[in-house]
Design a binder for this molecule. Sequence first.
Ligand SMILES: Nc1ncnc2c1ncn2[C@@H]1O[C@H](COP(=O)(O)OP(=O)(O)O)[C@@H](O)[C@H]1O
Ligand SMILES: [Mg+2]
Length: 312
Amino acid sequence: MHAIATRGLTKVYKNLTKGNKRSLDELSIHIREGEVFGFLGHNGAGKTTTIKILCGLVRQSAGEASLFGIDVRDPASRAKLGYLPEQPYFYEYLTPRETIEFYGRLRGRTPQQRAEDWERLSLLLDLRDIAEQRIKGFSKGMRQRIGFAVALVGDPPLLILDEPMSGLDPVGRRSIRQLILRCRDEGKTLFFSSHVLGDVEQICDRVSILSRGKLVREGRIGQLLGEEPHGVEVVATGLNEVSRAPIAAAAREHRTHEGQDVFVFDEAAAAQEAARAILDSGAALESVTPLKQSLEEFFMKEHGATAAGAGA
Ligand SMILES: Nc1ncnc2c1ncn2[C@@H]1O[C@H](COP(=O)(O)OP(=O)(O)O)[C@@H](O)[C@H]1O
Ligand SMILES: [Mg+2]
């Protein structure tokens, strides 16, 4: 069973003056139990909309979504869910200790369990020094730690975090990353959104990239980061017309650059064959290089492409 599953999930926000807005378009994703899953996309891509549907805060226009096999329209689906909103709201005159206590009561925790929650969470999130201070006046980083603690009240096995690192300084970002890994080590499933690649690269098992409401890419991080090559480039000098033609025909791409022939092949075997043909023809083989595309390049290209597409 999947911790999170969506099929054809669609959200159209209705607006009489500006017209309807399709913010999420047929999203299908599956997150396995125990996975750290990064949900990437630029601002306005539809990440928060998706998360709000999963948490039961917004109703989808079409499609299905479930948590541990229970439809998100059923409140029972949220029994195992901890949620950190994009902009967590706190009662400014409560202290961190009172806030955790308050959410413990909401979650139906017994007094004994609430005391245990505070022991565990205040230590994990380093809240002890500020336990009795009012939240009013706390920095973004401190608020984010309290928000994370609130999400962990009752020790839920699934955490959905909306941009947990945005607005934090590098130290704050790192501490949230460490918390995510720590939760993973405890066997939890983590689903978090981000518009910053660096946040997901280091800690996610898989990511999906959302652009203008549509899923544009999904996969293991190694694959998207380019640890697995996206082709092999072969460079030669001194090729004559006759030997060049069959090599170019077998290649995915061929261009000439400063007197060199540059070929790109999908498969390593085809690249090796081309290298042999180049040597056999008496030309010089300059290099054979696996091509890697970083997620950053992909992300930028994807965004550029959609922005250009929208402008046309
Ligand atoms: N309540 C709403 N009413 C109308 N449009 C909305 C509403 N919430 C979000 N949107 C629009 O839906 C799109 C996706 O927004 P959102 O899900 O917040 O994206 P992200 O979290 O990826 O930045 C945006 O164009 C946004 O303006
Ligand atoms: Mg958002």
